[in-house]
Design a protein around this ligand. Structure first.
Ligand code: SF4
Ligand code: SF4
Length: 431
């Protein structure tokens, strides 16, 4: 067993309020330079929604490794291997600037010189930061679906709520949304690295952070095509690829990433995981996409196991890192409690930013009658009627397998009910 260490992150989606503080502080730290205006190493998207760049999950659209069959299942295009290598001399379609968004500023001179008695606040046309020309129509952005979620189409159909039909009203009642903050996954099996013809992308042996060597990068952009999460960006000023660095200069001096430190919801957990590097490739190649979550869980090792400790020491992992792995909150959330799940494990890159799925109230007659929608006994018996459908979360986190999502939600519901009783001074409910 060859043990390696990986810094991993877990985000608890129950707690994200979509304030974008993480995105803004990340941008101020890393992408406030020329050529990086459109880049958001950290972005927060509203789900359901098109995401950033637009449609990034549609692997068919990007000519990536997966296509969706008529029955809805994602299947590999070519013998289970991602198709990036066969496209090495013909870069598959790259997202265009409109699919991220064309960053703009305003004609402030016109804004500020408007007459004092202007009835309305003056409106200036946005000016492209890329061309310097006015932009006629802004048609996409890092969180274009902000707060609309599943209700977007409905509201578009008829924005005048008084006039809408009962059917549409019912649809609005069934609509749902939540926020999904995203950074680079610092994958165990990174396709960006595999696809780079210059060998410029590398995964640090000490902590698994995936970085782009700016001196070696030749601007091929194969990494942009190859990353199924679309988390590498091209700097059109320098001609080099750039991506999230997991704030390694901060981690190296014992500080958390800037997104974790400034997160208003305190929902980002950082920690060390140990994994068996010899089994990554086999685990990534298991046939059924729904087995990938378990396969990845299996190669993430338990650092309290004496055999793992011995193997880690033999692999050169320091005692300090082994202790950090043993005490890691990420280990507890991922392995002990199975509350956190990987984002799109079917992409087979073995992502290392995992998510606790969001609990949501049940939409049911029982709640209309005045019952407590967050009482765990109601949640546990009516999970299928949760506002955010189990199927939707499973599609996001477990390649469509609802069982691990249901297990995580049941545990969250039970814990919430238990803690509420304690906080209300009642007997904790241990049913
Ligand atoms: Fe590379 Fe994309 Fe994985 Fe990040 S998320 S390591 S950019 S493949
Ligand atoms: Fe969500 Fe935290 Fe980012 Fe705010 S700062 S959007 S709560 S992840």
């Amino acid at each position: 067993m060859r043990v390696m260490a990986q810094i991993a992150m877990v985000m608890n989606l129950d707690k994200c309020i979509g304030c974008h503080t993480c995105s803004v502080t990340c941008k101020q730290t890393w992408t406030n330079r020329s050529g990086t205006e459109y880049m958001w190493f950290n972005n927060v998207e509203t789900r359901p929604g098109g995401g950033y760049p637009k449609g990034w999950e549609d692997q068919d659209r990007w000519h990536g490794g997966w296509k969706r069959k008529a029955n809805g299942k994602l299947v590999p295009r070519s013998g289970g291997r991602l198709q990036v290598l066969s496209h090495i001399f013909a870069n598959p379609r790259l997202p265009e600037i409109e699919e991220y968004y064309e960053p703009w500023t305003y004609e402030y001179d016109k804004l500020l010189s408007a007459p004092k008695d202007s009835k309305h606040f003056p409106v200036a046309r946005p000016i492209s930061q890329i061309t310097g020309e006015p932009i006629d129509k802004v048609s996409w952005g890092p969180n274009w679906d902000d707060d609309l979620g599943g209700g977007e189409q409905v509201l578009k159909d008829d924005p005048i709520l008084d006039n809408i039909s009962t059917k549409v009203k019912a649809e609005i009642e069934q609509s749902f949304m939540f926020y999904l903050p995203r950074i680079c996954e610092h994958c165990l099996n990174p396709t960006c690295m595999a696809a780079c013809p210059s060998g410029a992308i590398y995964k640090r042996t000490e902590d698994g952070i995936v970085l782009v060597d700016q001196d070696r990068c030749k601007g091929w952009r194969m990494c942009v095509s190859a990353c199924p999460y679309k988390k590498v960006y091209f700097n059109h000023q320098t001609g080099k690829a750039e991506k999230c660095t997991l704030c390694y200069p901060r981690l190296e001096v014992g500080e958390p990433t800037i997104c974790s430190e400034t997160c208003v919801g305190r929902l980002r957990y950082l920690g060390v995981m140990l994994y068996d590097a010899d089994r990554v490739v086999d685990a990534a190649a298991v046939e059924d996409p729904q087995d990938l979550y378990e396969a990845q869980l299996d190669i993430l090792l338990d650092p309290r196991d004496p055999e793992v400790v011995a193997a880690a020491e033999a692999s050169g992992i320091s005692a300090e890192w082994i202790t950090a792995a043993q005490e890691s909150p990420v280990l507890a959330l991922i392995k002990d409690y199975r509350l956190a799940l990987p984002l799109h494990p079917e992409y087979r890159t073995m992502p290392m930013v995992w998510y606790v799925p969001p609990l949501s109230p049940v939409v049911d007659a029982v709640t209309a009658a005045g019952a407590d929608a967050e009482d765990h006994r109601i949640l546990l018996t009516t999970l299928s009627k949760m506002r955010i459908p189990l199927d939707y979360l499973a599609e996001l986190l477990t390649a469509g397998d609802t069982k691990p999502v249901e297990l995580a939600l049941r545990r969250l519901a039970a814990m919430r009910s238990y803690m509420r009783n304690i906080n209300l001074g009642m007997e904790p409910n241990t049913e």
